[in-house]
Design a protein around this ligand. Structure first.
Ligand code: C5P
Length: 220
């Protein structure tokens, strides 16, 4: 591991989407490249942290030098995060599917000729951010969540911080006009107990480095 302000610290990072199977060939998922999560893991590692990188099936490759745990579903992601604890900090950047399919099939579902599509039944997935924020025993000192919003970004993200019980929320405006979703830049507002801090628009890598720097200061 590299020497730096995060030497000796362990950080768990979730990234990418989760896939919730319907049958062996179909799934429900969120749109997420995993780019911001991978950049954050790389930036934390560059500052000396040991990083457990729990990733769903992302399009962007995991960075070098981190401990990669590949998962598919939200339940697997929660279990992998739990197995990685204790940690000094947790950064939950994954786009976790809110629901999983409960009446899926072990075999490929077929059209039955009736013209009627199958009805999927779903159950709510565990909220990993809320769960880790409320742990009694192994709660990391600093828990950071994300909030992708399309309107009233600060109000919604401030509300989310309180509801989930995390320390910080990195909020961004993903309304189509910003071009942020799928792009290489991000414009974020950091929500802490002290209030809202608007960062200038910059590359996702630069957002990651600034955030890693702030995490290092918070863990001093
Ligand atoms: O509620 P919402 O999905 O907008 O919250 C986003 C934040 O919560 C992100 O940090 C995301 O990684 C986290 N999250 C989670 N588990 C879920 C849903 C969201 O960790 N099931």
């Amino acid at each position: 591991p590299r020497l730096g302000p995060l030497s000796g610290k362990h950080v768990v990072v979730t990234s990418g989407p989760t896939h919730e199977p319907i049958d062996p060939v179909r799934y429900i998922a969120n749109r997420s490249s995993g780019a911001q999560g991978a950049a954050i893991a790389a930036a934390l590692s560059a500052l000396g942290a040991r990083v457990s990188f729990v990733t769903g099936p992302a399009t962007v490759a995991p960075p070098q030098g981190v401990e990669v745990v590949r998962v598919e579903t939200a339940q697997q992601m929660r279990d992998a995060v739990e197995a990685a604890l204790p940690a000094d900090a947790a950064v939950m950047a994954a786009a976790v599917a809110d629901w999983r399919v409960t009446n899926g099939s072990d075999r490929k579902m077929k059209k039955d000729g009736s013209g009627r599509p199958p009805a999927l039944e779903m159950a709510e997935n565990p909220d990993i951010l809320a769960w880790i924020s409320k742990l009694d025993h192994h709660r990391p000192k600093l828990v950071v969540g994300f909030a992708a919003e399309t309107d009233d970004v600060v109000a919604h993200a401030t509300d989310k911080r309180l509801r989930k019980g995390c320390d910080w929320i990195v909020a961004n405006d993903v309304s189509p006009a910003t071009g942020i979703m799928g792009g290489s830049e991000n414009a974020v507002t950091l929500i802490t107990e002290q209030g809202a801090e608007e960062w200038p628009r910059m590359a996702k890598d630069a957002v990651a480095r600034q955030l890693a720097q702030r995490i290092a200061e918070a863990l001093l």
